[in-house]
Write a protein that binds this ligand. Structure first.
Ligand code: T1G
Length: 705
């Protein structure tokens, strides 16, 4: 094989083997499609070849088009696309699938005559997740193969479908034993080599009759909430609908037209940015990539409260047997009952099968004492957020955990070094900060203590991914990265209310912007007493902490949120719909008057949006200045997975670039003049503005402490 040869052709007797070899995921980078065409021509021209097998080298089949090429000026489309050459191949081609067949990868496999896959393989058309639609016949071939209804579900969700299910759906013709893919595919090819006519999907339209207008209208209605402000999901539906109305080539031409319109859109660019930001966040420059990870096979959780229970569920949901303990048998019993109730709610909602619930619950092992953790290799502490409580627990854990065990704390803001010093091995400690509800929220904030070893950090980052989370690294400091960058957002919400904005106005602005739920309704959901306690703690820690009399008055009026059917909104019993409450408007007005706060009536939606988000952009720049974040795209990943920031906007810093770094800085500087110190611009932000450097390219200005 010539060096760098992306596609090679080999023979196994009378079967031609086409091998795509473009690590890491055999993307259809420049040279790959042409390589496949050349190999097909070679096989078809070779009289000794009766059939061919297309297979990926390394860990996967083809994971799609090369996303890095999008938006780059690419060469004119090839006259002979490999999909079409495959269609017209006189000799059968069998796709042999392992790892992933996604996007252009599955479209390539659908252009083959047959598909064989190992059980661990996954197939899908996830283009909608990066703001586009399948552009190489997927919206035309898949509905012809499995029917428009199932095709619509796969294409509008972007779901990765496991091979066994794909076999049931008729996408995969045969399941090969793990590790025996090539030989099974070759045997399959030999078996069907003389079968005529060849099954060419583009010519089969038997199932398209199922594609009624109701089907497509219902799909449009069903995605309306999650596809708000987006175009790609609707373009997907339009293309599949065309498959049911138009001949293949015309449908494919419409698909291509929609694709070309979408690939350069802001929506697609933002989602591509998010895709690569989620890959970049895993790379920690100061940790050598060959750092050996410590084992995390026997996890334990200390503290069976809401967070501890959710953490234990995250482990169980991802196949781990996990121990859990608490200070008293009663507390442990309550914790296990809460976990059981959470699972039963999911079963009732139909989002979890009864047998799967039982399997997961059985993996959570309540143990009466810390001594029972002596065989665990990782422990996550999730006890009450008070230093003395943490110190007492860690002293006990230090005595029982085996040498080299990983000591992780789920604190959301206490100085990691203080907790670490409660043990004799601070180098083995790091923060692993989950977000509530811990078994649902994806963000897993790994916090570096001053003495934390590199392998302890690297293992934590990997552990997060193993339990289905998105790991991101943060430096130690008040609120670490995520909460610290969000705190000014929360402060501006409360101050805008003081100045005269109503909760429903603020929430509408953020919902229109793309958030699933507004910040005030979120506060009601998690309970206003949490914010109240945090403000009390901060006022005690920071003498010139800016008190928030109105937010406090709401709580002092006994309005704690959904749990009291009254908070910033009122709630009908059993109904979670936030309803504006004139009583809140009265409390706001009276408390403002009582505190001599002048209220304005000219607060615009634009001011609300920019004050909330610019405040956090400014703080994120300060965090980068101090080295407590590695890069701006990490901030964005944390906002996407920790705070529900609308994904099709890329993230906080990426979105701010759509406004422009200079305009953001100028606005912040003018608010600094108007509102004082809380709007003091970050020096780093000023430098970025002066240099015109996009915020998404901002990087740590110091080594992480
Ligand atoms: N293009 C370019 N690079 C890619 C890539 C792709 N399609 N997929 C992965 N990579 C890189 C990734 O950036 C990372 O690089 C490395 O591979 C490992 O990825 C015509 C137009 C396949 C499930 O949307 O979902 O086809 O950081 O860390 O967790 O209609 O990657 O190491 O430098 O994610 O094991 C459709 C995208 C494209 C699939 C593997 N395909 N990829 O996950 O590894 S559009 C997709 C994934 C298309 C057609 C249209 C995942 C994965 P680096 P990783 P992983």
């Amino acid at each position: 094989m010539a060096e760098g040869e992306l596609v090679r052709f080999e023979k196994d007797g009378d079967i031609g083997i086409i091998i795509v070899d473009n690590p890491p995921v055999n993307a259809l980078s420049p040279g790959v499609p042409q390589g496949i065409v050349d190999a097909l021509d070679k096989g078809n021209a070779d009289a000794s070849v009766k059939a061919m097998v297309l297979i990926g080298a390394g860990r996967s089949f083809i994971a799609g088009a090369d996303i890095r090429q999008f938006g780059k000026s690419s060469a004119p489309p090839p006259t002979r696309r490999h999909y079409d050459v495959m269609d017209q191949s006189p000799k059968p081609v069998v796709a042999a699938i392992h790892g992933y067949a996604l996007g252009g990868g599955l479209e390539t496999a659908l252009a083959c005559h047959y598909r064989v896959a190992v059980p661990s393989a996954k197939v899908g058309l996830p283009e909608v997740l990066i703001g586009i639609l399948p552009g190489a016949g997927g919206t035309q071939r898949l509905p012809r193969l499995i029917g428009p209804k199932l095709a619509l579900e796969m294409i509008t969700s972007g779901r990765h479908v496991p091979a066994e299910e794909a076999h049931k759906l008729g996408i995969v013709d045969e399941i090969a034993p793990e590790g025996k893919l090539k030989e099974t595919a070759v045997a399959f090819a030999r078996k069907i080599a003389d079968k005529k006519p060849l099954p060419v999907i583009r010519d089969s339209d038997g199932k398209l009759a199922e594609g009624t207008p109701e089907l497509f209208d219902n799909m449009r209605k069903s995605i309306a909430r999650r596809a708000r402000n987006q175009r790609a999901p609707y373009a997907c539906i339009e293309a599949v609908e065309a498959a049911c109305k138009l001949p293949f080539d015309e449908g494919a031409a419409l698909e291509r037209k929609l694709f070309d319109e979408q690939v350069g859109s802001e929506e697609a660019k933002s989602l591509r940015y998010a895709f690569f930001a989620e890959r970049e966040v895993n790379k920690i420059p100061f940790i050598p990539s060959d750092t050996k990870l410590r084992p995390t096979d026997n996890p334990a959780v200390v503290g069976a409260g809401t967070m501890g229970g959710g953490i234990a569920m995250s482990f169980a949901d991802n196949g781990y047997d996990v121990k859990i303990t608490d200070a008293t048998p009663e507390a442990l019993e309550r914790g296990m009952a809460r976990i059981k109730a959470n699972y039963e709610t999911s079963v009732k909602r139909g989002s979890l099968a009864q047998d799967e619930y039982e399997r997961r619950f059985a993996r959570i092992h309540p143990v009466p004492s810390f001594d029972d953790l002596s065989d665990c290799d990782v422990v996550i502490e999730a006890v009450f957020e008070q230093i003395p409580v943490k110190e007492e627990v860690w002293k006990k854990l230090d005595a029982v955990m085996p040498p080299g065990a990983l000591l992780y704390t789920n604190t959301s803001g206490i100085d990691i070094d203080i907790i670490a010093e409660a043990t004799s091995r601070p180098q083995d400690m790091a923060g692993t900060h989950f977000f509530a509800p811990a078994n649902v929220m994806k963000l897993f904030e790994v916090v570096k203590g001053t003495k934390t070893e590199n392998d302890v950090l690297a293992t934590a980052m990997a552990l997060g991914r193993k339990i289905g989370k998105v790991s991101g690294l943060a430096g130690n400091g008040d609120g670490f990265l995520a909460n610290r960058s969000r705190a000014p957002f929360g402060m501006e919400v409360n101050l805008l209310i003081e100045e005269g904005a109503l909760p429903e106005q603020i929430d509408k602005v953020m919902i229109d912007f793309g958030y699933p739920i507004g910040p005030l309704a979120v506060a009601d959901l998690s309970g206003l007493d949490i914010g109240f306690d945090t403000r009390r703690r901060r006022a005690a820690m920071y003498p010139n902490y800016r008190k928030q009399p109105i937010a406090d008055a709401i709580v002092e009026a006994g309005r704690l949120g959904q749990k009291t059917n009254a908070g910033w909104y009122k709630y009908e019993p059993g109904d979670r719909t936030p309803r504006p409450d004139p009583e809140v408007a009265r409390i706001i007005k009276e408390t403002a008057a009582a505190n001599g706060i002048e209220q304005r009536s000219d607060i615009t939606d634009d001011e609300i949006l920019k004050r909330l988000l610019f405040a956090s952009v400014n703080e994120a720049c300060k965090i980068l200045e101090e080295g407590c974040a590695l890069r701006a795209s990490d901030v964005d990943v944390m906002w996407l997975h920790g705070f529900g920031f609308p994904r099709y906007r890329g993230g906080l810093m990426y979105w701010a670039d759509t406004i422009g770094v200079r305009e953001v800085y100028n606005q912040i500087a003018s608010w600094h003049q108007r509102y004082g110190d809380r709007w003091r611009p970050s020096n780093y932000l000023r430098q970025l503005a002066e240099a015109g450097t996009p915020l998404k390219e901002a990087k740590a200005q110091k080594a992480m402490p």
